[in-house]
Design a protein around this ligand. Structure first.
Ligand code: ATP
Ligand code: MN
Length: 462
């Protein structure tokens, strides 16, 4: 049976007979033998394979085993005399599955820029950095499920196609089966959606929250973890057109409970990833951003700072620093403001609550002052907003008023309003951008390098 290389590096013992399969990272040829480092994606480090003249078809095999070639090797583990590795594999047989021509294979042993690697998205996961990112991403996804499952949350699947242009969280992609060269029109020359697949306009979802609220009103505590889409025409290092979002929703919960859960959640994720991917995290700290481990430590061991938007504005007004965007009560916080609070004032994650009513969505619970709502954003050093959430408005009359005030049509929200008609309860939830989290954890500068196949303006290859 084939063993994974991560398992052998950790548990393999001298004299064990094993078989491995993977891709060649490097080859060194000496007179009598050759060293080949094989990686199968299970760990940052590969396994050193020693091939010598006894190997059947030695010269031919070694000639074909260039960087990028795929191979199966059977042999015996031996204690390694080389520094930095405990064991190596003495090959008895080696089968080359596929060669990789050194003249054309783009991933020769040297540093490549992340921009270049994005152009070879089908091969970049074979590099140290990208493979470490995707192992951390996997560990983090697993930890997310583990956290919620242990606390009795139900994982629910909210729709990807939706008709509610909900809450205006972002620009939406339209979903249609129309032939775009010949779109049916009404007599008034408007697009006749009654003839479209769903009989009305449909979109890719920007958030599963409204549907999560439906499910929370039956199961108490639920979460979604799935893809969301925003047609943001902003080419930033923190925005994707397709990204994954984690959205818990809790019945019988207020903003305090929501903040407690979000903080415990982030602490759990960092702890868990440090435990499962210590080598990868060490790698990021050494090669990508030397504050990665300190940041993780900071998240795990410090209480997040909590303050209101009004207090945040007062701090920003006092700052001996000039911002590009204005600071004024009533205006939204910009990324530079968020980062100033998290990086310079508190030097740790900050939870800002009670934002002005005008700049937040209609479903957030109105405070008694009517000027602010029970919103919370968690701001992280370097990243800015990483979590956005709120206590939801559970009072039917207030919610109806807020929908109208925001110029929305209450008829579009009939089922959402029904939740307040029948068995309404205080409830709260938040959304965490999964890629932002992976970025934050690994120190990766560009969000396009923490998702295997990034979707962004003019970017849809692979
Ligand atoms: P931002 O101001 O950074 O654009 P937002 O206010 O639009 O964020 P929300 O609508 O609150 O964000 O979405 C919830 C979470 O989803 C955010 O906290 C963030 O982590 C993440 N997020 C939002 N937009 C994107 C995007 N385009 N790509 C990746 N993650 C995103
Ligand atoms: Mn946005």
């Amino acid at each position: 049976m084939t063993r994974r290389i991560a398992d052998l590096l950790r548990n393999g013992q001298p004299d064990e007979s094993v078989k491995i399969q993977g891709w060649v990272r490097t080859k060194r040829e000496l007179k009598e033998f050759a060293f080949v480092e094989v990686n199968d994606g299970s760990s940052l480090a590969g396994l050193q394979v020693v091939l010598n003249q006894d190997l059947p078809d030695y010269a031919n095999v070694v000639k074909r085993l260039n960087t990028g070639a795929s191979v199966a090797v059977s042999g015996v583990l031996v204690a390694s005399p080389a520094k930095g590795q405990r064991i190596e594999l003495k090959a008895e047989t080696a089968t080359v599955y596929g060669e990789a021509d050194p003249q054309t294979y783009p991933l020769q042993k040297k540093r490549h820029s992340f921009e270049f690697l994005r152009e070879i998205g089908h091969l970049r996961s074979r590099t140290n950095t990208l493979s470490a990112v995707f192992r951390v991403r996997n560990a983090c996804a697993n930890a997310i499920h583990q956290f919620f499952q242990e606390q009795g949350f139900l994982w629910i699947h909210t729709p990807i196609i939706t008709a509610s242009d909900a809450e205006g969280a972002g620009e939406m992609f339209a979903v249609t089966s129309f032939n775009l060269k010949d779109v049916p029109r009404t007599d008034a020359q408007e697009i006749d959606y009654s003839q479209d697949f769903f009989g009305k306009p449909a979109y890719l979802t920007v958030s599963g929250q409204l549907e999560a609220e439906v499910m929370a009103m039956a199961f108490s505590n639920v979460y979604t973890f799935g893809p969301t889409f925003r047609a943001e025409n902003s080419n930033t290092s923190r925005h994707l057109a397709e990204f994954w979002m984690v959205e818990p929703e809790m019945a019988f919960c207020d903003l305090g409970g929501n903040m407690d859960l979000a903080e415990a959640f982030l602490k759990h994720l960092f702890k868990s990833v440090l435990e499962t991917c210590p080598e990868d995290m060490e790698f990021f700290n050494q090669r990508i951003d030397n504050s990665v481990l300190a940041t993780a430590d900071n998240i795990i061991n410090n209480q997040f700072e909590r303050l209101t938007y009004t207090e945040a504005i007062a701090l920003l007004e006092k700052a001996d620093k000039t911002f590009e965007f204005p600071v004024k009560w009533g205006l939204d916080l910009q990324s530079e403001h968020e980062r100033y609070l998290a990086e310079e004032v508190f030097k740790k994650p900050v939870i800002v609550t009670d934002y002005p009513t005008e700049i937040k969505a209609f479903y957030m619970r109105l405070n008694d002052d009517e000027k602010t709502v029970r919103a919370m954003d968690i701001l992280a050093p370097k990243i800015g907003e990483i979590i956005g959430g709120s206590q939801r408005e559970e009072r039917l009359d207030v919610l109806q008023r807020r929908i109208q005030e925001q110029g929305l049509n209450p008829d579009d929200y009939w089922w959402y309003l029904d939740l307040r008609r029948y068995g309404t309860v205080p409830h709260a939830g938040f959304g965490l951008g999964f890629e932002r989290l992976v970025q934050f954890m690994t120190g990766m500068g560009n969000i396009r390098d923490v998702i295997p196949f990034p979707r962004a303006p003019l970017t849809v290859e692979f």
